[in-house]
Design a protein around this ligand. Sequence first.
Ligand code: HEC
Length: 160
Amino acid sequence: MNKKTILLVLLSIAILILVSACSVSNDVENNAISNEEESNQAADDIQNEVNSNAVEDVETEEESNPINLISYENDVLPILLNSCIECHGTSDVKRGLSVITYAGLLAGSSSGAVIIAGDAEASKLINLVTSGVMPKSGARLTSEQIEVIAAWINQGALDN
Ligand code: HEC
């Protein structure tokens, strides 16, 4: 063998080593990527699980609480129209309190608010109907009717 051939052989060996080293490092990289994908997948699975649990929780809560959001228009107003309109309506507005509109009810009487949104216990209207002072004449409100109005106040006394 002459010098040239030996050099050529050495060079080919060097290239072979280089090429195999490259493919090993590629493998390592690919493994790292696929590991990352797997752990992303695992995180997604956990997130999905958490989400579906949360949905289930909300559903159970709704089932155990039959009184959902009380409606001013459908639940509260009819009670007031039935029992209070005679003295707190349009023709007669005792103490400046009109209960036939949402704005009138929230505006209160000449001595101030009769409803504190979010706090039924502190609301004058609830205290007066619970104690039976109001309605001043006629049948008292039933405890169910009072509960409906109180729940509506505690839910924020919304114009709903
Ligand atoms: C027969 C008349 C009459 C009826 C019916 C009546 N009220 Fe009154 N209401 C009055 C009078 C009169 C006053 C003024 C205070 C007083 O004389 O006790 C008053 C005062 C009030 C006040 C206090 C206002 C304030 O700030 O001092 C509230 C609250 C009230 N009424 C709520 C109601 C509600 C709610 C109903 C229906 C469930 C109702 N009233 C039905 C006559 C009536």
